[in-house]
Design a protein around this ligand. Structure first.
Ligand SMILES: [Zn+2]
Length: 251
């Protein structure tokens, strides 16, 4: 097989792959939202696409469905370019993906949200769709804290503090984009964003009042120490982490 990316395949090859046992499909879910003055709007979708492809590769007999490139980004709407879906819209899109994929013979669907604002909606979609499609196995990694902690722990090994690594457009996401599409990173605009604590109280402020309430630049973290080299490590280790988590659910 030339590729496991369904959007790059033709129908006879997809048909043959399913007949051969490629009956599991991975769907990455990103966003189109501001990522500070230095990263592209597609940052989360770029990361979701790269992670999903590699997870599909490592799990074997898995195809990658087209990445959902929009997500729930209401708290970023104060910045130009952000396009946000309502939670209901995202859940409807996931539902339509699953209706279509089931018709072709897929039996297991793995959902991989890579943008914080999508995690709750994706878990709700899984709960609802499981009931409507009892013959399908619908799973995903929807533990946002687990997802963030996994990244922060890798960053710590590089001497990056959780505050610098950041939850949004900080050292971690900036390294990812440097590794994947360096030409889209405006390095001359690197500037520290919000570097204070990020607990329940702060998350509540962001969700209720929007990102500018905490950071006028739209950054949680500091991109200053980001490198493409670290980005490749983040990518590889993130994939390993998700593969292990998904394997547990596939047992
Ligand atoms: Zn992001």
């Amino acid at each position: 097989m030339k590729t496991i990316r369904m959007e790059d395949m033709n129908w006879p090859d997809i048909k043959e792959a399913i007949a051969k046992g490629f009956t599991t499909v991975v769907i990455g879910i990103g966003s189109n939202e501001q990522h500070g003055p230095h990263l592209p709007e597609k940052t989360d979708s770029l990361i979701a696409d790269a992670i999903s492809y590699r997870v599909a590769e490592k799990l074997e007999n898995v195809l990658q469905a087209p990445t959902i490139r929009l997500g729930c980004s209401e708290h970023h709407l104060a910045f130009p370019g952000t396009i946000s879906l309502r939670s209901e819209t995202l859940k409807s899109i996931i539902s339509d993906y699953i209706e279509s994929l089931e018709k072709h013979g897929f039996r297991t669907v793995v959902l991989l949200p890579c943008h914080g604002g999508n995690f709750t909606s994706v878990q709700e979609a899984i709960d609802e769709l499981k009931e409507r499609h009892p013959q399908l196995r619908i799973i995903g990694y929807t533990n946002l804290k687990g997802f963030i902690d996994a990244q922060i722990n890798i960053a710590k090994e590089f001497g990056i503090t959780p505050e610098e690594g950041g939850a949004h457009a900080g050292e971690i996401e900036t390294s990812f984009v440097l590794a994947l599409e360096e030409h889209l990173v405006a390095k001359e605009r690197f500037t520290p964003g919000y570097l204070g604590p990020l607990g329940e109280k702060e998350i509540k402020i962001i969700l209720e009042k929007g990102m500018p309430a905490l950071t006028e630049k739209g950054i949680l973290g500091d991109p200053g120490k980001a490198t493409a080299q670290k980005g490749h490590v983040y990518l590889e280790r993130n994939v390993e982490f998700l593969v292990e988590e998904i394997k547990k659910q596939l047992k």
